[in-house]
Design a protein around this ligand. Structure first.
Ligand code: ATP
Ligand code: MG
Length: 400
């Protein structure tokens, strides 16, 4: 029996004149993400995306998983494809959902006839198919209000489709329809979740990571690479820029008051991020900051970091509790990697009592004295190593 994946649009359907652009971006994204899983044809009709395997070697389980993780889709299901005759529909429904019906006590059929040339109307299809399935499974009872299983039949232009319940899709908007930004990706729990949330709103993302060897290890870098790789299922292919940050960081430690160190360092990281962002055409910076989580995330400290450069800083976790962030991290599959031990450049050299209410005046005064910092920052931005992360690659940490 031929099986297909049907994916139904979400918010995108409300996009008026721009809808066609959103749809074609989504189809391109789907095609690219399925490339390594076999031959698939991706097309659309009536707000529905069709993902059709072209031979028996196509990996349908892998494809379904990828489609479920693609932003822009409200719901997804696998369906049996049938010829558009009532007899073929009955046989397909029995073959496809027979075992599920055997395991249920109550059911109903919902039919939708999008192809108005089909001779039976929707209520008639539902009634007659219901009667056919009852004849095959006499233990069943029809329950229109609260059935254990619903058999859906959709008679559409290219064929008839039979499926069980739809699953929720990833929601949001197709990646890259909202522009491009760069995520400051640490190895922690928060920043991968922040990246996922902004990709969900249609941003195409690259990532930047600050490494300070020998204070931070090669393994810490691999961990971030692995997180970026896990995010590829949602973001699509992306680049990770790894900034050699030791020199600027040591310079700040040695040339500024230690109570201001964290905010000065964060401003410095943002300036470097802006330089890389400009070079690769990113119009915003995403971080995993959450209000008051740590000293550098108080309102006063954030106000100081905001002033370091001119790109908008997107902080989707700002109003979220750690438990809410952890829930998402688990759901998107980054949590287990995030909790592996590692050292982050943000946690080295941190003073025991950082100032939680720094003023911009004192920060600017401290920066004025660090006359050699700008050059070190420019050099670090220049030397950022570019690592390609691709959909379908195996996360590097899994092999260790
Ligand atoms: P996370 O769990 O994402 O590491 P955090 O709660 O540990 O966040 P901080 O260490 O203060 O918070 O970092 C705040 C944000 O700064 C991070 O969410 C991330 O966006 C960015 N950041 C921190 N360290 C790095 C790094 N080494 N490279 C790039 N960005 C970083
Ligand atoms: Mg961190």
């Amino acid at each position: 029996m031929k099986e297909i994946i049907l994916a139904f649009q979400g918010e995108m359907a409300l996009k008026g004149l721009n809808r066609a652009t959103f749809e074609s971006t989504l189809m391109k994204t789907l095609r690219r993400r399925l490339e390594h899983l076999g031959e698939f044809k991706v097309y659309k009709a009536q707000s529905t995306m069709y993902v059709e395997p072209l031979d028996e070697f196509a990996d349908m389980d892998g494809a379904y998983d990828k489609v479920c993780k693609t932003f822009g889709l409200a719901s997804v299901c696998r369906a049996a494809v049938s010829e558009k005759s009532f007899e073929a529909i009955c046989n397909a429904a029995e073959e496809y959902l027979g075992s599920a019906l055997r395991a249920s006590r109550t059911f109903k059929v919902e039919a939708r006839r999008a192809d108005k040339t089909f001779p039976m109307k929707s209520p008639e299809i539902a009634r007659e198919l219901g009667a056919f399935l009852l004849s095959k499974h006499p233990h069943l009872r029809v329950d229109v209000k609260n059935p254990q299983i619903i058999v859906y039949v959709e008679v559409r232009d290219f064929g008839a489709y039979i499926h069980g319940p739809k699953e929720p899709g990833a929601g949001g908007l197709p990646v890259s329809t909202s522009g491009r930004a760069i995520t400051m990706l640490s190895g922690g729990i928060d920043s991968p979740v922040a990246a996922w949330m902004m990709a969900k709103r249609g941003l195409s993302l690259h990532h930047i990571h600050f490494a300070s060897p020998p204070y931070t290890s090669e393994r810490a870098k691999l961990k971030v690479q692995s997180l970026g790789q896990l995010l590829c299922d949602y973001t699509g292919n992306t680049n990770l820029y790894v900034v050699p940050y030791t020199e600027p960081q040591v310079y700040i430690r040695d040339n500024a008051p230690d109570v201001l160190f964290t905010v000065l360092m964060r401003r410095s990281m943002l300036r470097i991020t802006k330089m890389v962002a400009d070079r690769i055409g990113c119009d915003g910076i995403v971080t995993g900051e959450s209000l008051a989580q740590v000293a550098s995330q108080t309102l006063k400290a954030l106000a100081c970091t905001d002033q370091a450069q001119s790109l908008p800083i997107l902080r989707p976790l700002l109003g979220m509790d750690k438990t809410e962030i952890v829930d998402i991290a688990r759901r998107i599959g980054t949590f287990e990697t995030s909790i592996m031990p590692y050292e982050d450049c943000c946690t080295i050299f941190t003073p025991p009592h950082p100032k939680t209410r720094p003023t911009l005046e004192e920060i600017l005064a401290a920066e004025e004295k660090m006359t050699g910092l700008a050059e070190l920052e420019a050099k670090a931005a220049e030397e950022a190593e570019k690592i390609h992360l691709r959909v379908g690659d195996i996360p590097p940490l899994a092999a260790i």
